[in-house]
Design a protein around this ligand. Structure first.
Ligand code: GLV
Ligand code: MN
Ligand code: MN
Length: 420
């Protein structure tokens, strides 16, 4: 089936998408960098823009107990296709990560506003994909998927505000969380459009790609307990320096990941040092290790070896140690039927449907507990993401929306029963 979206329409969609991405990109807690955290005034402002865009696209609005904005297009049947992404950001973020996926969903739904599809569409704007505020993530998509864990409510942000308190301040009631869950018979599939956040599509000179699986993830909070002391008076051999121990552990993690020959990646992007004074030997350090792999076995083996090596470092340095796993997400395969429909839609646009894995986490990891999931990737310049230099061309954005429209035209909810 050829694309029903003409080249002129693709260009117009790209221009609209870019303008909307730029609009959300101005909504930040800080004037000189993009920071939009879950359940903050900036989240509210972005959600309000999304609400207005959805309304203008003819969607029926609602907002659930976790702040997820939902725009609904009714279809002829009870089943619905869920299309989503997130409007929270990392700290000092680019504009496209998450935002574009929500915008692509709105523009695609707008395309069908006067056509009654055999199934309905819900466009979802989640607020907690990055985990930048609370030490957990996917709270909003977990609620939609019916797997929200009430323990999450007691997690606190850097200022000691718990998720429960932040939800109340956002005007939400925890009693409404169970009602956010979709009915399994209703949710036919969840799909997400996202910038690739890596270099594969650019290297292969292709605008779009089909995601095969979303990488599995382990977060280890490793806390070293040493002893504070005077930086000028305590001899080097008598010190119990928590930060020196953490530094050794971080370098070890990097070496182990390098030696895995691409199977595992490991990062420490955040450490907390106490008391954090130039002239005081660090007494306490928490380092969060982000460990990812497409292989469940390789990830588990890496985490176990790292823990054993870190224990040895702590023993040798006479440091106390606690290790807590705060995130354990299995590799999430994208459904073959969803992949194939995205591939057909890309082919219809004259591009090659490259298949590739996602090294980034996505809301599909939670939504996969509800229904089959799939993702479409869009080329981004230099593969750069989680960085203000993030960029995708309006042409590629337009092609991505057109491919999502093509996917919607091809999608048959009842096919899952036959193909899976
Ligand atoms: C989210 O972007 C993640 O992969 O951590
Ligand atoms: Mn994202
Ligand atoms: Mn991200």
């Amino acid at each position: 089936m050829p694309s029903s979206v003409s080249p002129v329409e693709i260009d117009a969609l790209g221009v609209r998408a870019e303008a909307m991405v730029n609009t959300l990109g101005t909504i930040s807690a800080e004037s000189d960098r993009l920071v939009r955290l879950f359940l903050t005034p900036e989240h509210r402002r972005a959600a309000d823009f999304v609400t207005e865009w959805m309304r203008a696209a003819g969607l029926t609005l609602s907002e659930d107990a976790l702040g997820t904005v939902r725009g609904r297009l009714e279809g002829r049947g009870k089943k619905r296709l869920l299309i989503g992404s997130h409007i929270d950001t990392v700290i000092d973020a680019g504009q496209y990560d998450g935002s574009f996926g929500v915008i692509a969903g709105i523009l695609a739904a707008d395309h069908f506003r006067d056509k009654r599809l055999p199934y309905g569409i819900d466009v979802l704007a989640f607020g907690d994909e990055e985990g930048s505020r609370f030490p957990a993530t996917l709270a909003s998509s977990s609620a939609c998927a019916g797997i929200f864990k009430p323990e999450m409510l007691s997690l606190a942000d850097r200022n000691g505000v718990t998720l429960a308190d932040a939800l109340s301040a956002y005007g939400k009631s925890r009693a409404d969380i169970p009602a956010a869950a979709y009915d399994r018979d209703e949710a036919a599939a969840y799909v997400e459009v996202h910038i690739e956040q890596g270099p594969v599509l650019e290297t292969r000179n292709q605008p779009l790609g089909v995601v095969t699986a979303i990488i599995g993830q382990t977060y280890l909070n490793i806390e070293f307990l040493g002893e504070a002391g005077h930086a000028g008076t305590v001899p080097m051999l008598l010190r119990r320096d928590a930060l020196a121990g953490a530094a050794e552990a971080m370098l070890l993690g990097e070496t182990m990941a390098r030696e895995s020959k691409g199977e595992v990646v490991a990062t420490v992007g955040r450490i907390a040092v106490t008391p954090g004074a130039t002239n005081v030997i660090p007494a306490n350090v928490v380092a969060i290790f982000d460990i990812r792999s497409g292989s469940e076995a390789a990830r588990a083996k890496f985490a176990e070896s790292l823990k054993a090596e870190v224990r040895a470092i702590a023993d040798r340095r006479r440091l106390g140690l606690t290790i807590t796993s705060t995130r354990e997400i299995a590799t999430t395969p994208c459904h073959p039927y969803v992949q194939d429909q995205f591939a057909d839609a890309i082919r219809a646009l004259g591009a090659e449907p490259l298949r590739l894995g996602s090294g980034a986490g996505h809301d599909g990891q939670a939504m996969a507990k509800l229904c089959p999931v799939g993702m479409l990737f869009v080329r981004c310049r230099g593969g750069i993401s989680h960085n203000p230099a993030e960029y995708a061309s309006p042409r590629d954005l337009g092609l991505a929306v057109a491919a999502l429209i093509g996917f919607i035209e091809r999608f048959e909810p009842d096919r899952f029963a036959r193909v899976s």
